[in-house]
Design a protein around this ligand. Structure first.
Ligand code: SF4
Ligand code: SF4
Length: 498
């Protein structure tokens, strides 16, 4: 592929590697200038895109944060489905019963607008954070990154450091290589299978998934889904790795539209670093602070050279920051030649994030959506009532001078505990209910409760009712939870008369 094509394909977004040289000018909160950077070659860059990336292990402040957050994510992912609450799995999208349990709250299909609002708010929160802190989500909390780092950690433990892994790649197949490769893929496979089980355990109770899968006793459908997600995990974290971030993830493609000159991302201070060049420690030199040790490239999980400027491949993981700070320490230079900073920081301009239209706009959207979610939660009822009239007989006149109407009440208990509900009837006339006022509904169940409502013909005939009652009158059914009277729901209907 020609150099030109390479650049067009890569859609690179870049600030300069050397600001003076390229004379980038940005407004205090406007867009970042774009520059094409040279294509990479395996000869000049060890982690080039067309060679397998062997990440060099890096320790440091940001890597401790990343490892901590990634570990938290993985632990929560596996732990959540194992938590029991009120006698059932605390977090479960029960596809069979078509509802979502979340710690004592049950969402039914008709409540899924709430779930939709939560997801939309989460998306806006992501946009908001991206405008402020770039792709920190990718570097610190994205499952793809977390699982890739787990797989790399396993690879590192079995095959050794980056140089040993490279040597092993080139080595002929012998007993040592076969044992290492088989062990690595076996452990990767086990992690992937657990991940598949862990994911499906959000949809099928975990107490079913793990025993049935590992005793090879699961139904075909359950087995197929678990293996599908296990294979996806295996392929993503072992074979594709950074390719997912570079070519599959849509977020990588549109995140640049959220960036502006105030966005804080990992950036190289070219003014300070250039001209780069190797030297001995404590050697007097006219060079910039970059000693060209290449560590920032070696530790990069996406194989880029951040000294070329901001690129869409950068997931903001901070590995190059830690690597460069380590080098700066060794040479006695000031830290943060590579650091988290905005384009305005680099240009010496004042950051004005609050004045940024995108930043404020996303912030306002999030506040509006949080208000909508709060209102939705506040108005959410734990009882669902559906009143159905008897359509065969609009009314019946009885021998003892009464007029009857029949209704069927469908009452659903949307909580996770058994409830006793009281049926109250109000309206234009002196309604009475034939039969019991109380109905018991098990947790999550719906009962069909037929009732008959009666009025005295005398009430109707003496005109206590008004002319407006001729034909029909208003009737209101109210279902009240007797253990929590604020939990009630009403529905209007019609009472028919001669
Ligand atoms: S350039 Fe630095 S922050 Fe960006 S992905 Fe590579 S190592 Fe992580
Ligand atoms: S780690 Fe720092 S000093 Fe080393 S090459 Fe990268 S920018 Fe230069």
């Amino acid at each position: 592929m020609s150099k030109t094509n390479n650049l067009a394909d890569s859609d690179l977004l870049s600030t300069n590697s050397k600001r003076d040289e390229f004379s980038i000018k940005t407004n205090t909160h406007e867009s970042i200038a774009i520059k094409q950077i040279p294509s990479r070659s395996p000869n000049t860059q060890p982690n080039a895109r067309n060679t397998k990336i062997h990440i060099r292990e890096q320790k440091g402040f940001f890597q401790r944060i990343r490892t901590g957050l990634n570990s938290l994510l993985v632990v929560l992912f596996f732990l959540m489905p194992l938590i029991q609450y009120q006698g059932r799995q605390a977090v479960l999208f029960d596809l069979e019963e078509q509802n979502f349990f979340f710690f004592g709250t049950t969402l039914w299909p008709q409540d899924f607008t709430l779930l939709a609002w939560i997801l939309i708010t989460a998306a806006f929160l992501l946009f908001f954070i991206t405008t402020f802190l770039g792709r920190v989500w990718c570097g610190y909390l994205c499952p793809q990154t977390a699982w890739t780092f787990i797989f790399v950690w396993v690879e590192n433990k079995i095959e050794g450091n980056r140089n040993k892994r490279r040597t092993l790649d080139k080595a002929p197949w012998n007993k040592n290589k076969i044992i290492k490769r088989v062990s690595k893929h076996l452990i990767w496979g086990i992690i992937a299978l657990f991940t598949g089980c862990g994911f499906i355990a959000y949809f099928v109770p975990a107490q079913t998934v793990y025993p049935q899968i590992f005793s090879v006793n699961a139904s075909f459908l359950l087995t197929a889904w678990v293996w599908f997600f296990a294979i996806c995990t295996y392929v993503n974290a072992s074979l594709m790795r950074e390719m997912v971030c570079l070519h599959l993830c849509p977020y990588a493609r549109f995140q640049s539209s959220m960036f502006d000159a105030n966005t804080i991302t990992v950036a190289y201070d070219a003014t300070r670093g250039e001209s780069r060049g190797p030297r001995k420690r404590k050697q007097e030199t006219n060079l910039g602070d970059c000693v060209d040790c290449n560590l920032c490239v070696d530790v990069c999980p996406t194989g880029i050279d951040i000294r070329n400027g901001l690129q869409y491949e950068c997931i903001n993981c901070g590995a190059c920051v830690d690597a460069c700070n380590q080098t700066m320490d060794k040479f006695g230079y000031q830290k943060n030649l590579i650091g988290y900073r905005s384009d305005n920081d680099l240009a010496g301009n004042k950051n004005a994030p609050l004045k940024s239209l995108k930043f404020s706009g996303y912030g306002i959207c999030i506040l509006i959506m949080l208000a909508v979610i709060s209102a939705d939660i506040y108005l959410k009822k734990d009882i669902q009532l559906n009143v159905i009239r008897d359509r065969m007989n609009l009314y019946r006149e009885t021998l003892d001078d009464k007029i009857e109407n029949s209704f069927t009440l469908k009452i659903r208990n949307k909580t996770q505990e058994k409830k006793i509900y009281q049926i109250n009837i109000t309206g234009d006339m002196d309604y009475r209910l034939n039969g019991s006022r109380f109905v018991t509904v098990e947790a999550g169940e719906q009962v069909t409760h037929p009732i008959t409502v009666v009025i005295d013909s005398t009430f109707y005939a003496t005109g206590m009712g008004t002319d407006s009652h001729a034909g029909h009158a208003n009737i209101s059914f109210k279902i009240v939870d007797i253990s929590l009277t604020s939990n009630q729901v009403s529905q209007e209907s019609n009472f028919f008369t001669p």
